[in-house]
Design a protein around this ligand. Structure first.
Ligand code: JFZ
Length: 462
């Protein structure tokens, strides 16, 4: 009798268990379906970008062979524009491909550099204005596998290394200018004026199919960086949007396609003077060129790069900082050194950058001098560079680029400061703080804990 009751109890419990598991399974599979079919919200799509803040731009192509010099003469301007600047014919420029053999290229090392620099995404030129594909394209033989002695697809190798290191991977693609194609925009020295060209023939036969290749053969692509939208109409741009949305709905589109993208691309090296709402990015050079130029040694210092990163984040943007590898496949040493120095600063102070919000102040950016006018007749902006502020809920991060003696004073502070400490202090020892209404004074140690930027955290009471 007893065992019979026991047995039926066991039976009942087993039944309930089985039902629960079945329910769970059903729940799982519907949840999975939902994530597969529900379109990503714009916020969900932008999430990684808002968190990342710092990315590595790479301009690499066969223009790294002449490296800013043609027939013994230096060519002015940015390295990757040499074909245009020196009006090199397609027949002549094409010969560079047969010399391109970057045997020192090592995807792992490049990705490691980005990682060590604290960068969260890489954007590399898959095809620049010169029309040469830096990947194995089936659409055009004018590509690194079919037209060079190198015969490898570096973008495949980079995609793999990025996946391994948890770095997001994206492509630059010059959709409008293609100086190699009779119907692409830009090459007027070989093919005459753009308005006489069958631009849609070029788009349909090269640019659109190449973008499809890039979005199918290289795993998840975080963003595609279109550029210089010459003669791009809204309809033409929309065709690219449709391709991206169909093949990789989570892939972001930059602001230079010729139609509104997922975020704004600021002018090159142009950091806005104040907080800018919405999502945006500043593409920037680490010297003065994008593509490698042998005589450009004007390297930005770690101090300058760190300041620019903090300045941009405090205004709400991302910093996409470029390197230009050589024809051997080497990223110039000063780029390595200066980026790694920023990375060291980020190791200690990353909390104040990744996912951080804008400053609640604004006076720290500087002031317009209405007495002085610039070339365009606008008042001159005098930037103030001694401190910046980034934020997280309940926290102000004060970036001190110039260490004040004794104490730091801050006004217009909303709410009460609960605790202050330096990110460089592993013990996070509280500093002496005085507050009168919205005015806060923090006592500081004698010397700066970081010679580039010491970050003071003000934790607010809720
Ligand atoms: C473009 C390219 O022509 C250049 O070679 C490089 O790839 C750079 C990142 O982008 O150049 C531009 C495009 C837009 C502006 C400036 C330079 N702009 O809007 O100020």
């Amino acid at each position: 009798m007893q065992s019979k009751i026991l047995r039926s109890r066991i039976y009942l419990i087993t039944l309930l268990f089985a039902l629960a598991i079945l329910g769970q399974l059903a729940g799982c599979s519907t949840a999975q379906k939902a994530t597969q079919t529900a379109p990503l919200s714009q916020d969900a799509k932008m999430n990684w970008f808002r968190e990342a803040k710092f990315g590595l731009f790479i301009h690499w192509g066969i223009y790294s062979i002449p490296a800013g010099e043609w027939k013994g003469q230096p060519v002015a301007g940015i390295g990757e524009w040499i074909m245009n600047r020196a009006k090199i014919s397609v027949a002549e420029y094409e010969q560079l491909a047969s010399q391109f053999n970057p045997v020192k290229f090592n995807a792992e090392e490049w990705v490691k550099l980005a990682e060590d620099a604290g960068m969260k995404y890489i954007v590399i030129t898959s095809k620049h204005h010169d029309g040469f594909a830096m990947y194995h394209s089936k659409v055009s033989k004018y590509n690194i596998v079919d037209a060079t002695p190198f015969k490898r697809d570096p973008l495949k190798e980079l995609a793999k290394a990025c996946a391994k290191h948890g770095i997001r991977f994206g492509f630059y693609y010059s959709q409008a200018q293609d100086w190699h194609e009779p119907n692409g925009a830009g090459n007027t020295w070989d093919f005459g004026p753009d308005d006489k060209k069958d631009f849609d023939q070029y788009l349909r036969d090269k640019a659109e199919p190449q973008v499809k290749e890039l979005l199918t053969g290289y795993g998840p692509i975080c963003l595609i960086w279109f550029d210089t939208p010459r003669i791009m109409t809204k309809e033409r741009a929309q065709r690219f949007v449709d391709i991206v949305h169909t093949l990789q709905p989570a892939c972001l589109i930059d602001g230079r396609l010729g139609i509104e993208g997922d975020y704004r691309s600021m002018g090159d090296n142009r950091i806005p003077n104040t907080v800018v709402e919405g999502d945006w990015e500043v593409p920037a050079t680490i010297n003065r060129t994008w593509g490698y130029k042998k005589d450009d040694h004007d390297w930005k210092t770690p101090e300058d790069l760190t300041f620019k990163l903090v300045d941009i984040v405090s205004k709400g943007g991302n910093y996409l900082l470029n390197v230009g590898p050589t024809a051997e496949g080497i990223i110039p040493q000063p780029s390595h050194d200066n980026l790694r120095a920023v990375g060291c600063w980020l190791k200690v102070n990353g909390e104040s950058i990744y996912g951080a919000g804008t400053t609640p102040f604004g006076d720290e950016f500087g002031v317009y001098d209405t007495e002085k006018k610039d070339r365009r007749g606008n008042p001159v902006f005098n930037a103030k560079t001694d401190w910046r502020c980034t934020t997280k809920p309940g926290k102000l991060f004060i970036h001190l680029f110039k260490w004040p003696t004794g104490s730091f004073e801050l006004s217009k502070v909303k709410g009460r400061v609960n605790k202050t400490y330096l990110l460089a202090d592993p013990k996070r020892k509280g500093l002496n703080v005085q507050q009168e209404a919205d005015r806060v004074t923090v006592s500081l140690p004698k010397t700066a804990p970081d010679k580039i930027d010491s970050v003071l955290v003000l934790e607010m009471a809720n």
